[in-house]
Design a protein around this ligand. Sequence first.
Ligand code: AMP
Length: 426
Amino acid sequence: MSRPSIQLIRGFKDILPGETELWQHIERTAVALFEDFGYREIRIPIIEKTELFARSIGEDTDIVEKEMYTFGDRKGDLLTLRPEATASICRSYIQHKMYAQDPVRKFYTIGPMFRRERPQKGRYRQFYQIDAEIFGVEAPYADVELIFLLRTLFERLKVTDTTAHINSLGCPACRPRFKDALADMLTAAAASLCSDCMRRKDRNPLRVLDCKAPGCRETMRSAPSILDYLCDACRSHFSTVTDMLTQLRVPFKVDKQLVRGLDYYTRTAFEIQTGALGAQSAVAGGGRYDGLVGSLGGPETPAIGFAIGLDRLAEIVSLNNPAAVRKPDLFIAALGEPARKLAYGWSTALGLAGISASMDFGDKSLKAQLKQANRLGADQVLIIGQSELDAGAVVLRDMAAQTQREIPVKAIVAALIETFCKPGAR
Ligand code: AMP
């Protein structure tokens, strides 16, 4: 009896050839933009001590409460698969004393994150994020730059159906007053809250603001606005952000209900939403976290960052530009072992010269090989069998133009390199 095949874990997925071309296109576009604006790549581990995330993201958040992949390693240390990148980047910034030489640093990183959420369309347990972070800049220009970069990236990827929602979450000086006002309002409206929000209203009332339950949404329409509670410094910071965005012609919506799922945010919070994704409308989110580096044991350092959901972005981008799959430049149809051996040497030499030459390593008929060439989309086919070897010349067939020409076997690699490296040849 054959054993059942093994399936991947629920909420995880493969990204297959055909999709990966699109992912690479998105990643390259993002990397080129970041590098033009002075960001440098940082790569952080996929696993960290659990304490790092518990301390930074916050014990009362959904992520830390119920979504982290946490396990004891063989020595019993509690480790967690990273649910996001910011905490690790802060740890790294502090651990390597990057602040000492120059506190102002701009980073980007791309990679998988893990959250044990309920899987559904657009929500996975392993998903990918493109992150960018600026450390050491308190001025609102950093906030504006990041929102501007998101806008520009989406434009370059031809994604236009997006809106930047922005809000300010205040700072430790002004947020407590707002929290109190909100908590009073929530106590009065407790009967209309969902069971999660009944719990949140005392421990983390801000989170009730972005609850998606219909009853809570309705109730929160009449919630106080944090923008009315900002201290002078936070108000002036926020108004510079909105002024500069207007000056740069970046459309945005001030959204008083926007909070974020992580505790460490201060002042500017933003989210890029799109109508193209159904329920999972947030394609990127970010904000300031001026207290985080200090709270993790580093010097007080203002910082701000964003994370783009790459899975979701790929879904929208594919609606606008189907993946460009690279076709082989050439298919070599070889008949018989001596011809195949020779052709294999040629395909290797061509590959090294940047010309993709496919061939079949089995013993297929010419007809079957031509079919294969057609399926792969090769426009040019080179045919070599015993009679070509005897004659010392092979035929290069242009399948689209229905033309062919003979090339001497001795000069084949040089002739093909010349053919394919001519400008406009591919
Ligand atoms: P966050 O780190 O929660 O601020 O999320 C930033 C972005 O990551 C979101 O706007 C989503 O696009 C994406 N994201 C977050 N969680 C998931 C998930 N479980 N599956 C797919 N994408 C996600």
